[in-house]
Design a protein around this ligand. Sequence first.
Ligand SMILES: Nc1ncnc2c1ncn2[C@@H]1O[C@H](COP(=O)(O)OP(=O)(O)OP(=O)(O)O)[C@@H](O)[C@H]1O
Ligand SMILES: [Mg+2]
Length: 344
Amino acid sequence: MVERRELVADLVERVTERRVTVLLGPRRYGKTSVLRRVASELSEVTTVWVDLYEVASSADVAVRFDDALAGPTGRWQTAARNLALSMSLNLGMVKVELAGPARLRPDPAITFASTLDVLVRTAQREPTLLVIDEFSSIARVPGAAGLLRTAIQHHYGDLGLVFAGSHPSMMRALFTDRAEPFYGQADLIEIGSISAAALEETVRTGFAQSERDSGGLAALIHLFSGGHPQRSMQLADAAWRNWDAATTAEDWWAAGLDDVRHGTGEGMERIYSHFERGERDVLRSIARSGSIYGAEADLLELAKGTATHARQTLLDSGDLFDKGGELRVVDPLFADWLRQRFPI
Ligand SMILES: Nc1ncnc2c1ncn2[C@@H]1O[C@H](COP(=O)(O)OP(=O)(O)OP(=O)(O)O)[C@@H](O)[C@H]1O
Ligand SMILES: [Mg+2]
């Protein structure tokens, strides 16, 4: 991974010191990848990985935690299973039980609480890291965050605990709003974009492995991507495929970008079509000028109230972010598509 060594080391230390941590950052910036790396560096520790992506009910939450507990193998699993059986719980089976006939169906909230009990008691016996990814989705299930807090709040010393999620403002709110169960419970740290220097180093060494000179390519990529990790790597790969000793970095860059644009255009069209009218206009305006006011906004005849509302929705959904006071479309390729598709 480009430029994540320090972040990974910091997270490893936090987990070891039992400091509850939230990893925040825009979409596709590598939160999940970084946490996977942290888990693999903590080889003595068993990671229980809960993915709450789009959970919509307490049954969903119960199933995701149950699946996560059924994941690890070895001593951890044996300990967890024995504890679960003593509570008449069959790890990994909650989804089957919840899909059964109504009269036999367990109560999801009670099942969830029992599962959490198994988790914390296993963590008292075996070193455990609990990762809760896509945590922001829990906001859609009333009471779920409160249940989780109740079950684990006295066990922060027994397990490593890291939260991550892709809706930055929602993630932040879950830990900084007084009304939220996890208010003040964790340190918030941000995953940022990758620097031009780190990208240069990765591209140069990557090209050198196949005896190619990357010339000024990394700088061109960074200028376009603003350090968006996934898009930077995708563009570097596309340029590498177009590399030719007889031409220059500008040429493979342009050819690579063309390929990526062709490969993603249809997807962008679909993504765009799912936004509401006001959001579309705001995205267009920001992709051009970084602002919802001024000449671009005037051309789109953006009403101030609509624009302000859409801007907030897009910030909350993680499609826009605030970079030092200037608004940006998170995905540089989507911004590029917006500029190409709507020339004014
Ligand atoms: N620093 C990096 N160096 C190289 N590749 C990266 C880096 N960060 C992310 N990527 C690549 O970008 C893609 C997205 O990463 P990942 O899924 O970890 O991001 P995320 O922040 O969890 O995304 P989401 O918000 O969708 O959950 C992956 O294919 C990953 O390999
Ligand atoms: Mg992720």
